[in-house]
Write a protein that binds this ligand. Structure first.
Ligand code: UD1
Ligand code: MG
Length: 439
């Protein structure tokens, strides 16, 4: 029984290749795109089709790829298949045949290096597949970037030829194969053993299934892209940068649509999964990595680096050459110049003076520093962690507050190492003395 319209039984992701053209020791699908491995974006695509099962073919960099896929898939179970050696995209799907089971339903095959495909485009591909036939995504490109070319006769697709196997006339074709297919699962299982490796690379090409389908008179149909940037795959480091930027633009546009003013998108990096409240202003040359939360009405930048675990409450401001990691900034906190906020909790209304360093690392371990509300940290203060600074306390310019110090509420500490010059108890005493004198 064919699945009902637009229902996908199985998604297979091919992620076993080495990515030789990347000239990188890291497996291609683990290169980061906006803070997530390339393959994580492809897992999202697969999940958007809500398949009954998800099969991922791994090989090169096996364990680390399994880990990245597992994280991205979250609660969805994944069947991993190992392809060793890697003898081509067709061989990769052959290795997955057993995992597909006897009734895989509609099977969508995705390549692990195509990060930008939208769920709308994938739905279109699935809708284009006719009973017993296969569908694929194609796109006319000015720069075919080494992609396979779509052969047509009288308008109908007749095959795919890889660039390295193509004649000069075939290379001139601008309609390219994007490497995304939807098959009738039973037909796929029947056709897979018929692939040969009779080509320039001596590989089993998945793309040869197109000619097999055409020979047998089965429908080969094509789906269209929602947006042209979806055609960008990653085969080289230059492609990686190009795909990252396309993804970055999507992320920036989403934030701007929800009321975040990104003054200079071209110089702003914001990873996937960052939350930013409306009315916040991001100034140029700012980098916000994954795992950061910025409240409403905040100001970030210019030249600011927010790293994982940074949480800024509403109205907090972090500026020029300030880096923050794993730190919580209360409402209205200001740290506007030349500071490192590492493993700190900073109470609302506190002012962190220029050049303040939260020295969180003792050479072996990281420690935290707690600063209360409305404190005033003088310029050039070094707060050696662990330590606490009470609410309303002050440190003098250049103070070095050594580890394990507990600066009390409203106290003022100065010097190297920092010592209290005014303790709350002293002030109370002075106030008492003054009262005594008046009496
Ligand atoms: C492939 C297509 C080409 C298409 C292009 C689009 C084939 C033969 N060619 O070429 O028509 O234009 O994608 O991006 O399919 N992989 C494995 N095992 C292998 C080989 C590859 O799992 O043995 C995986 C890779 O990890 C990668 C994907 O399959 O994620 C595609 O492999 P790649 O080598 O990038 O194929 P292309 O040369 O780009
Ligand atoms: Mg590729």
């Amino acid at each position: 029984m064919p699945d009902s319209i637009n229902k996908v039984g199985t998604v297979v992701i091919l992620a076993a290749g080495q990515g030789t053209r990347m000239k990188s020791a890291r497996p291609k699908v683990l290169h980061p795109v906006c803070g997530r491995p390339l393959v994580a974006w492809v897992v999202d695509q697969a999940l958007s089709l809500a398949p009954r099962q998800l099969v991922v073919v791994v090989g090169h960099g096996g364990e680390s790829v399994v880990e990245a896929v597992t994280v991205a898939a979250g609660a969805t179970p994944v069947t991993f298949v190992t392809q060793e050696p890697q003898l081509g995209t067709g061989h990769a799907v052959q290795m997955a045949a057993e995992a597909l089971g006897s009734d895989p339903g509609r099977v969508v095959v995705l390549y692990g290096d195509m990060a930008l495909l939208s769920s709308a485009t994938l739905s279109d591909l699935v809708a284009a597949q006719e009973e017993g036939g296969m569908s694929l995504l194609t796109f006319e490109m000015d720069d075919p970037r080494g992609y396979g070319r779509i052969l047509r006769s009288a308008g109908a697709v007749t095959g795919i030829v890889e660039e390295r196997d193509a004649s000069p006339q075939e290379r001139a074709i601008d309609e390219c194969n994007l490497g995304v297919y939807c098959f009738d699962g039973a037909q796929l299982l029947a056709d897979l053993p018929r692939l040969t490796n009779d080509n320039d690379q001596g590989e089993y090409y998945l793309t040869d299934l197109v000619a097999l389908a055409v020979e047998a008179g089965r429908a080969v149909t094509t789906g269209t892209l929602e947006n042209s940037d979806e055609a960008l795959g990653v085969n080289t480091i230059a492609h990686l940068a190009e795909v990252r930027w396309a993804m970055q633009v999507r992320i920036l546009e989403k934030h701007m649509a929800s009321g975040v003013y990104i003054e200079d998108p071209a110089s702003t990096t914001i990873d996937a999964g960052v939350k930013i409240g409306a009315g916040t202003h991001i100034l140029p040359y700012t980098v916000i990595r994954g795992g950061v939360v910025v409240g409403e009405g905040c100001e970030v930048g210019p030249f600011t680096h927010l790293r994982a675990g940074t949480v800024m409450a509403d109205g907090a401001e972090v500026g020029n050459f300030t880096e923050s990691k794993n730190s919580t900034l209360g409402a209205g906190v200001k740290a506007k110049h030349l500071s490192y906020l590492g493993d700190a909790t900073i109470g609302a209304g506190t002012n962190v003076g220029a050049g303040t360093i939260f020295a969180n690392y003792d050479g072996k371990l990281k420690h935290r520093t707690e600063v209360g509300q409305d404190a005033f940290i003088g310029s050039g203060t070094i707060l050696v962690a662990p330590g606490t600074i009470g609410a309303g306390a002050t440190t003098g310019a250049g103070a070095v507050v050594t580890g394990q110090s507990a600066v009390g509420a409203d106290e003022t500490w100065v010097g190297v190492p920092a010592r209290p010059i005014s303790r709350a108890a002293d002030r109370e005493q002075r106030a008492d003395d003054a009262t005594d004198e008046q009496e």
